[in-house]
Design a protein around this ligand. Structure first.
Ligand SMILES: Cc1cc2nc3c(=O)[nH]c(=O)nc-3n(C[C@H](O)[C@H](O)[C@H](O)COP(=O)(O)OP(=O)(O)OC[C@H]3O[C@@H](n4cnc5c(N)ncnc54)[C@H](O)[C@@H]3O)c2cc1C
Length: 407
């Protein structure tokens, strides 16, 4: 019989420990400060770069694990320390996914290393899809890209919103912008463009103050007559023209540019949610053993002990879904039931639920900032919203299992 196993291999265990140590020693202690400051923690990103964790080489090695699990392990361990700082470190990978999802091999080789830079000169990246009137409904983008044939340049105009790392110009920042080339074709008339660091016309609009993940920068990106060379159209013009021609003839085509990127990254977002949930579970388990009420540790009440049992079970169930989706994605299995969406949906909702239970277990101490649990709850909530809300994940799953185009 075959080799079926859920055990992590030596390489995975080593990588998990390496990242966990960084998370425990560097990220977790810094988390409250950056939550209060609500700024990008450049010092922590620098430390991650210095040890080789923030680099395209590291991410290439995480992603090249043939089982697909390593990147999920890394994401979970980082977010166990602080999800906001994790997003400050991992936000760049959203832009990278945009390039990997649509770029040619030459474009990938040119731009992915530029997203990270080097420890001596850190770069970052952003993936800009959402707009004020197009969040869940990404087929409705208003940002326009028009081809200037004489100059072989694309001219991009529009406003993006909620963009992680969006508009930061303190360090070179590679923006991957999804824009509509032919609005009549909706999603099938869209394309992704690299906007190189320092391109005139791209600027930061409003920077948002958030409930959680406050160490991660979220802002509007304004694109005002942004001109990029023809070579910045990911996938190339020939391919785009052919796709749009097929769409005009009513033939089916590949999924939309933005959607294919999100589908690949959703299980990893779920893995971050798992990290928060695990942090809250571990903390509240220890607390329940130490805290006494009515002359005995509170864990000796079934009401508390069963809560912890459910928390652990839900986290483990969510992790199995995340690892399954990562494995399926990496080994080329067909997602027939929205397995990527399932993993993110379950992990996000588990994180919100587990962190709320953790607050309850800590009682008043759970509600104040001297203890980390209220922050974990605030941080967890975004995982039911970004990279597709829980409702949108349910829509994807429902359509996949039914074959019905549920509106
Ligand atoms: C902190 C943060 C970081 C983000 N980072 C990025 C980023 O880096 N890049 C990027 O492009 N975007 C980013 N986003 C945007 C994020 O992906 C969107 O906010 C999200 O997709 C939801 O879009 P919306 O906010 O416009 O909500 P809406 O689409 O307006 O949805 C509002 C509500 O209606 C529900 N709803 C909508 N349509 C349906 C439907 N058909 N059926 C049932 N319910 C429905 C939604 O589930 C939600 O509950 C970020 C957002 C935040 C808050």
């Amino acid at each position: 019989m075959g080799d079926y196993s859920l055990e992590l291999n030596e390489d995975q265990l080593q990588m998990q420990k390496w990242v966990h140590d960084f998370s425990e020693n560097v990220i977790r202690p810094a988390a409250p400060e950056w939550d209060e400051r609500e700024e990008t923690p450049w010092e922590i990103i620098q430390e991650a770069a210095d040890i080789g964790l923030y680099s395209w080489e590291a991410f290439t090695s995480f992603f090249s694990d043939p089982t697909g699990i390593t990147m999920a392990l890394v994401s979970e361990e980082l977010a166990w320390g602080c999800a906001g700082i994790t997003l400050a470190i991992m936000g760049t990978t959203l832009g990278v996914s945009g390039i990997l999802g649509s770029g040619t091999p030459d474009q990938i080789a040119e731009w992915v290393p530029q997203c990270f830079g080097t420890p001596e000169k850190i770069h970052i990246a952003a993936f800009a899809v959402s707009e004020p009137d197009a969040g869940s409904d990404v087929s409705n983008l208003r940002t326009r890209a028009v081809y200037d044939e004489a100059k072989d340049e694309w001219v991009i105009n529009g406003t993006k919103t909620w963009i992680t790392n969006g508009g930061i110009d303190k360090v070179p920042n590679v923006h991957v912008v999804v824009a509509s080339v032919d609005p009549e074709l909706k999603g099938r008339g869209q394309a992704s463009f690299v906007v190189p660091p320092g391109t005139p016309g791209l600027s930061m609009g409003q920077k948002f103050k958030k409930m959680g993940i406050r160490a991660s920068h979220t802002a509007e990106v304004v694109l005002d007559d942004v001109r990029v060379p023809g070579s910045c159209l990911l996938g190339g013009k020939e391919k785009l023209d052919a796709r749009m021609a097929r769409a005009r003839e009513g033939q089916s085509s590949r999924v939309q540019a933005a959607m294919s990127t999100f589908e690949a990254s959703r299980p990893l977002v779920g893995a971050q949610a798992l990290g928060i949930a695990r942090a809250a579970y571990e903390y509240s388990l220890d607390y329940a053993k130490e805290r006494s009420a009515f002359g005995k540790p509170i864990i000796e009440n079934q009401g508390i002990a069963f809560k912890l049992a459910d928390m652990k079970m839900e986290i483990d169930a969510a992790r199995l879904l995340v690892h399954r989706a990562c494995w399926m994605g990496r080994t080329g299995k067909e997602f027939t039931s929205g397995e990527g969406s399932m993993s993110k949906l379950k992990a996000g909702e588990v994180a919100v639920w587990v962190t709320e239970q953790a607050i309850q277990i800590l009682g008043g101490y759970g509600y104040v900032r001297e203890y980390p649990v209220e922050k974990w709850h605030r941080d967890s909530k975004i995982y039911t919203i970004f990279e597709g809300t829980s409702e949108i994940q349910r829509l994807v799953i429902a359509r996949a299992i039914s074959g019905v185009r549920i509106p």
